[in-house]
Design a protein around this ligand. Sequence first.
Ligand code: ADP
Ligand code: ADP
Length: 227
Amino acid sequence: MLIYDKVRKKYGNFTALDGVSLNVNAGEVVCLIGPSGSGKSTLLRCTNALETLDGGEISFESRPLPKTEPEMRKVRQRMGMVFQSFELFPHKTALENVAMGLTTVRKMGAEEAHKRATALLTKVGLADKTANYPANLSGGQQQRVAIARALAMEPHVMLFDEPTSALDPETVGEVLSVMRTLADEGMTMVVVTHEMSFARRVANWVVVFERGQLLEEGPPQQIFEAP
Ligand code: ADP
Ligand code: ADP
């Protein structure tokens, strides 16, 4: 579904990605792990063209990522992105945050959009919080709204950039559990995370980054078990 071929990315003289090649197959959960600053987030941001490449190529669903912004915007609609910092609209309720893409991008009627948004908020365990504004939700709840918002667009792949790193420890589990449910349903997911137990239990494939390169990759039992 995603093919990275010798991807290179530089920031000035600093090489953030130094020839990264990787396959993400449909229905798989691929976890990117490794020290801070090793290039994991950069790879995700290159995937949805928030960053441009300095070399190599990324293909999504058998086509190289387009070079122009209007074309890329269409491709991005098939990618769901979840950030560390939630990025919800503060002046919209949970329901409005989830429904917004449906009414604006998909041109869905308000009633249908609200129905769908309600179903998605129920799916992430927030049926009783649809009218809450982000300020009146915990970090874990806000992140679940962000996941529901991404799912509303029916993405073919979900990209998670340290989705639990900004959360209070007691709410990390509820977000990981929603992610695990998605994985069990067959969603293709690329997850940058420091949650090793999630990587060990949920990932099909674990990729260890170091200084912009892949140090190691393999199934979790290979990466995490002593030789
Ligand atoms: P190559 O030697 O061609 O680089 P890979 O390391 O990509 O091969 O793959 C080696 C094996 O691991 C293959 O059987 C391949 O199907 C499998 N594999 C590669 N990438 C993934 C992935 N993201 N998830 C699961 N299996 C994978
Ligand atoms: P990770 O996700 O593994 O923590 P990142 O991909 O965020 O790593 O960053 C890789 C490296 O690239 C880091 O050293 C970081 O400081 C650098 N970097 C990331 N974004 C920028 C930027 N916009 N400008 C300059 N350097 C950057």
